[in-house]
Ligand binder design. Structure first.
Ligand code: FE
Ligand code: FE
Ligand code: MG
Length: 167
């Protein structure tokens, strides 16, 4: 922890640490959901979709890494056990029960939408007092927006293929 860096944030630092830990827990769940989905996936275009899911998994893990760094900078502790991930996360873990490509895309689109809302809220909460966390949240948010669009466009391609296949 850096003293002046923590003081800069002021009275709200514990609340910001709480939000950072929620995001951190959520990123681990997102990582695992993508990582496992990429392995289980079945159906049309599965190789293209699996490659995107696997890439997103690595990007979610990178988000967890950035968040852990910021939590420690502010004098906090990243949640210590996987048992806490589901309890802390603002976004639900959706087990890839159904390996069908469209089902996996829909689950992960839902997760990205939740992440986008959460990071927008984190930006709103840090705008005045914590420009460092604000900037971090902005960078992650931009990538979550990209993730949503990547998955939606794959979803659209699949729909087109099914509707217009062979014509
Ligand atoms: Fe993420
Ligand atoms: Fe994402
Ligand atoms: Mg992508």
């Amino acid at each position: 922890m850096g003293l002046r860096g923590r003081e800069m944030v002021g009275q709200g630092v514990e609340h910001i640490l709480d939000l950072l830990n929620k995001a951190y827990a959520s990123e681990w769940l997102a990582y695992y959901q993508y990582w496992l989905g990429a392995k289980l996936i079945k159906g049309p275009m599965k190789n293209a979709v699996a490659a995107e899911l696997a890439l997103h998994a690595t990007e979610e893990l990178a988000h967890a890494n950035l968040l852990a760094g910021r939590i420690i900078q502010l004098g906090g502790t990243p949640v210590l056990t996987p048992e806490e991930w589901a309890k802390e996360s603002p976004c639900a873990y959706d087990a890839p029960n159904d390996p069908y490509v469209v089902a996996l895309l829909d689950q992960n689109i839902k997760g990205e939408r939740c992440a986008i809302s959460f990071y927008k809220g984190l930006m709103d909460a840090t705008k005045e007092a914590d420009p460092v966390t604000y900037n971090l949240a902005l960078g992650i948010l931009a990538q979550e927006v990209e993730h949503e669009e990547d998955l939606q466009s794959l979803r659209e391609d699949l729909t087109l293929m099914v509707e217009r296949g062979g014509r």
